[in-house]
Design a protein around this ligand. Structure first.
Ligand SMILES: Nc1nc2c(ncn2[C@@H]2O[C@H](COP(=O)(O)OP(=O)(O)OP(=O)(O)O)[C@@H](O)[C@H]2O)c(=O)[nH]1
Ligand SMILES: [Mg+2]
Ligand SMILES: [Zn+2]
Length: 302
């Protein structure tokens, strides 16, 4: 096809990936255009994010190239992982291989709550553990306020319910490296529109580590974003007294402690600790709470 020329059409699309100054914009029914964002962002001070709706001038059809002229107003945006216009996050942890770091999961849940994003927790690799272990972990998270499921990408277990959770939404998939984020992304929607006719590198499978966030269009209104794995989460903008508000399993006991400002640590007659002793609150989650509280208490104040 020949170049569209200077009187080129302006089209609307979604930024699916950004690498080294290039943005890849998917225009439904047409394909993915490699774009620059010349000048315009220096003026308005917005850095485009994966998930942004953008207006582009098409410069060429073969190869597909364009220039981003504007980013449309965002519904929301996340700092970590950096993205815009998501409906929910799905955090994936493996039940084994790698061994789950629950403290990291709990920090991620805080981060998502802080940013106001609904989160689904997906435990993967259930084929590697016993039913008792699955039951234990699901029990620990039963009252954390997130939808919860356990799957195996390898055995293709739980894929139907996963699809149901993702359908019609834009979901950012996050989690440590090696837990199966890419495996699940690839499995859930094997006929992703993005995988055909794309100019970007081929979708990575199996052992290949994801290095860039990328949005895949599953159908017209379903997108899933694969992201690189993380290994640490640095919590900022929290006050230690507020940490308890991020543990929904404590809510039923608020107001029943002897002290109004009880932090449920060493205070006497604490209803949360009584519930913990009765097995009504998970020890793992409570320990995580104490840990995060102490970490924030020790953060330097400037
Ligand atoms: N046993 C088992 N292995 C799995 C399962 N799901 C994925 N794996 C394997 O786990 C490894 C890592 O999977 P990926 O999908 O690349 O993990 P990822 O979360 O995308 O990792 P990064 O891109 O590094 O963040 C691969 O070897 C997969 O084959 C599962 O349900 N069970
Ligand atoms: Mg990956
Ligand atoms: Zn208390």
């Amino acid at each position: 096809m020949k170049n569209a020329g200077s009187g080129s059409a302006r089209e609307k699309g979604k930024i699916i990936k950004g690498i080294a100054g290039f943005y890849y914009v998917h225009i439904p029914g047409r394909g993915v255009y490699e774009c620059r964002a010349k000048g315009v962002f220096r003026n308005i001070g917005v850095k485009p994010l994966v998930g942004d709706e953008a207006e582009i001038d098409i410069l060429s059809e073969d190869p597909r190239e364009g220039n981003i002229r504007a980013v449309l107003p965002r519904r929301n945006s996340l700092i970590r992982p950096a993205c815009a216009n998501v409906d929910q996050a799905m955090v994936i942890f493996a039940l084994r291989d790698p061994e789950p770091n629950f403290g990291l999961l709990d920090r991620f849940l805080l981060l998502m709550q802080q940013q106001g994003v609904d989160t689904v927790i997906c435990f993967n690799k259930q084929d590697l553990v016993t039913e008792e272990e699955i039951f234990q972990v699901m029990g620990d998270y039963a009252d954390c306020g997130c939808r919860l499921l356990s799957v195996s990408a390898q055995e293709k277990q739980g894929m139907e319910i996963l699809r149901e959770i993702l359908e019609g939404k834009t979901t950012v998939v996050a989690g440590p490296s090696g837990v199966g984020k890419s495996s699940i992304t690839n499995l859930v929607f094997p006929d992703a529109e993005m995988q055909t006719g794309t100019v970007s590198e081929k979708i990575r499978r199996g052992r290949h580590t994801t290095r860039h966030s990328e949005l895949f269009a599953m159908n017209e209104d379903t997108y899933i974003m694969d992201t690189p794995g993380f290994s640490t989460i640095w919590l900022t903008g929290f006050e230690k007294e507020d940490v308890k508000e991020y543990f929904p399993e404590f809510y039923p006991y608020f107001g029943d402690c002897r002290f109004g400002g009880c932090n449920h640590l060493k205070e006497p007659d604490c209803a949360v600790k009584a519930a913990l002793a009765d097995g009504k609150i998970s020890r793992r989650r409570y320990d995580s709470y104490v840990n995060i509280y102490e970490e924030i208490a020790q953060q330097r104040r400037y």
